[in-house]
Write a protein of this length. Structure first.
Length: 140
């Protein structure tokens, strides 16, 4: 959601917000009943361990501004800082929904990890709802 002209910073609580997508910066300070989070290639799970990669984050993301020069000067510090920022970003997004959070991972192994972690598929979701099936990511 890069066009904030119509609803401004309240775009997330507008009636048609379910048809929009945003980022951590456009939903700061707002709580929702439900949130959907897309976990990108910057956060993957390999053999049960989280692996972050700031180089796979959007070049538009200002939260890792200065990462490349820091990576040349102090690689260990740069990777640790980026790791913290990436994990905090997803944690923050996933906790925006007060009643629930839908998660989709673009990486197949990460998607499988999250499904196993939550015990998916369960017999019946709470409150008589039905589980939604997302399309599997198409990877090269």
């Amino acid at each position: 959601m890069w066009d904030l002209d119509f609803d401004g910073s309240l775009w997330l609580i507008a009636p048609d917000s379910v048809c929009k997508i945003g980022c951590i910066h456009t939903c700061q300070g707002l709580e929702l009943d439900y949130i959907g989070v897309i976990i990108g290639p910057d956060f993957v799970v390999r053999d049960g361990k989280v692996v972050t990669d700031a180089a796979k984050r959007s070049s538009q993301d200002r939260s890792i501004r200065g990462y490349r020069p820091m990576l040349r000067e102090d690689p260990q510090r740069a990777k640790a800082l980026a790791d913290r920022i990436i994990k905090n970003t997803y944690r923050t997004l996933m906790t925006r929904g007060q009643k629930g959070c839908y998660v989709f991972c673009v990486d197949r192994e990460t998607n499988a990890y999250f499904k196993e972690f939550i015990g998916y598929p369960r017999d019946a979701p709470p409150d008589g709802h039905q589980w939604l099936e997302a399309a599997e990511p198409v990877l090269p």
